[in-house]
Design a protein around this ligand. Structure first.
Ligand code: MV4
Length: 506
């Protein structure tokens, strides 16, 4: 059994990713779109499209009942939620099922089981999955918090029970700070989640964020598709992900994979999911939470395992059996992903808006572009600033970094600021190249990375195109050894390339 038509309840690059999977599988696709997305690539590439309302998400992409209605009318048998929006709403998974449709994701019960962080910790402990030392129920007051903190010592971390994404989290370094920290954690948790329940954990210093992709079918198979290294993040937004992780050897990979599979099984999990871990400096790992959806960074896993996660999500949702054995799933080569966002790194990553006046997408060996934009796209403030993901695959980490650097040099985005130059600087960074990264690395190094000598901005190159090229030409000629070839710095080449493309456009 397979589906003949799937509705894609999302937008941007992930909607297009799912439409592409459907097309390769001979499955019809139905896009949904807000008024702001009428001309978006995900709409054009789908077989059919249904308008679901005005630009604000609350009036369009979050309107579950409208989306289910659109699926019914279009004759789709299943709904793929992508990530974000409705993907981890228990009520939506349930409503899809109650409408006689298939939710391409885990059962509503599994979403619920992992939704509360304290419940997920209890479930993990019951499944013999290591968690950070701490409580599994909400704190009564700061006296209780201090008593517990005394047991395993400071610093400790207060976390929102309903939390995720770092909201309602406070590091407490001394007993004297407990009162005020607990107050502010509760306030933030109440605001963000409508629930002020807070619990306490030992604070792990300098860990990496390593997550395990799992994939399960409806017949009892649950596989680990191994790890992703996601430590390069800023304010809980991942910027760069890779697979495998330099910190994980075959033995640790097996141990973390078996642990993730146990956690997933304990939650009654089916379909694709991710167990997040902290990996400390001693190689000890602790389960944090499970993301009950397809993740942004799934392509790095696809490239090193050769398994198309979106296609297998669809197949297992239709009842197919996974044909892989755990022993066959061995990482091949190295994959890196850079999230290309419409943010201005030089300006505190301020979101940038406007019309993409020019887009040149990298290509060549080992390069994958998962994008949701094209020349002419309007970038507004209604949705997430991620425009595209640039993903590379190469035999080793060093060659993957070189390949990503090369691909980023090929990328030109005109009309909005983007994170491109930031990613170029990271690929040139000695610590990044050495793999010496942990969850605080980027925030510690951000200033030096953003203010590293960068290629002149594309806009400047465009404005100065004539004089610039003449000037550079003269300099290059001066640098030419007699009888030799001028050596051209990559930043110079970058300016020329970009200026040339823009000039060609005129
Ligand atoms: C932690 C931690 C250190 N010790 N728990 C951040 C969001 C939530 N998913 C869990 N988080 C953390 N929990 C203990 N006991 C550090 C973080 C953390 C973090 C984790 C993963 C990825 C990025 C992070 C950035 C800052 C803090």
């Amino acid at each position: 059994m397979s589906f003949s038509k799937v509705l894609v309840a999302n937008r941007g690059e992930i909607a297009l990713r799912i439409v592409r999977a459907c097309r390769e599988m001979g499955i019809g696709s139905v896009a949904v779109f807000s008024d702001a997305d009428a001309r978006a690539p995900h709409v054009r590439e789908a077989d059919e499209a249904v308008n679901i309302g005005p630009p604000p998400s609350a009036e369009s992409y979050l309107r579950g009942e409208k989306i289910i209605d659109a699926a019914r009318r279009a004759g789709a048998q299943a709904i793929h939620p992508g990530y974000g929006f409705l993907s981890e709403r228990e009520w939506f998974a349930r409503a899809v099922r109650d409408a006689g449709l298939v939710f391409i994701g885990p059962p509503a019960e599994a979403i619920a089981a992992m939704g509360s962080k304290t419940a997920a910790r209890q479930l993990a402990i019951g499944a013999n999955v290591p968690v950070v030392p701490g409580t599994t129920s909400a704190l009564k007051d700061s006296a209780e918090a201090r008593a517990i903190a005394n047991e395993f010592g400071y610093p400790v971390l207060l976390k929102a029970a309903a939390g995720g994404g770092g909201k309602g989290m406070r590091v407490v370094r001394a007993a004297s700070d407990m009162d005020s920290s607990l107050d502010s954690a509760r306030r933030e948790a109440k605001n963000a989640f409508g629930d002020d329940a807070v619990y306490v954990e030992k604070y792990i210093v300098g860990p990496r964020h390593v997550e395990i992709q799992v994939l399960g079918d409806q017949h009892g198979t649950m596989l680990s598709l191994n790890e992703r290294e996601c430590s390069v993040q800023r304010r809980h937004q991942k910027m760069i992900e890779e697979a495998p992780s330099v910190a994980v050897n075959a033995e640790l990979r097996r141990a973390m994979g078996e642990t993730a599979v146990r956690a997933a099984r304990a939650a009654g999990y089916v379909n694709a999911g991710t167990c997040e871990f902290l990996l400390d400096r001693d190689g000890k790992f602790y389960f944090l939470e499970m993301n009950t959806r397809l993740q942004v960074e799934h392509p790095v896993t696809e490239l090193v395992t050769g398994i198309d996660l979106v296609q297998w999500q669809i197949r297992v949702a239709a009842g197919e059996k996974l044909p892989f054995r755990q022993e066959e799933i061995v990482p091949r080569g190295w994959a890196i992903e850079c999230r290309i966002t419409s943010e201005d790194p030089a300006n505190g990553f301020l979101p940038s808006t406007g019309r993409i006046s020019y887009l040149h997408v990298p290509s060549g060996p080992g390069v994958r572009w998962d994008g949701g934009i094209e020349s002419g796209s309007e970038v507004g403030l209604f949705y997430d600033p991620m425009l595209a993901k640039l993903i590379v695959h190469a035999p080793t980490r060093d060659t993957a970094i070189a390949r990503m650097h090369r691909a980023l040099l090929e990328l030109t985005i005109e009309g909005v600021e983007s994170s491109r130059d930031f990613h170029l600087r990271v690929m040139e960074d000695a610590e990044f190249k050495a793999g010496a990264i942990e969850i605080q690395w980027l925030e510690r190094r951000l200033d030096s990375i953003v203010h590293a000598p960068a290629p002149a901005s594309t806009a400047k190159a465009a404005a100065l195109v004539g004089a610039l090229i003449a000037d550079r030409d003269r300099r290059a000629l001066r640098q030419t050894p007699i009888g030799g070839v001028a050596r051209v710095e990559s930043t110079q080449r970058d300016e020329w390339l970009q200026a040339g493309r823009i000039e060609g456009l005129r």
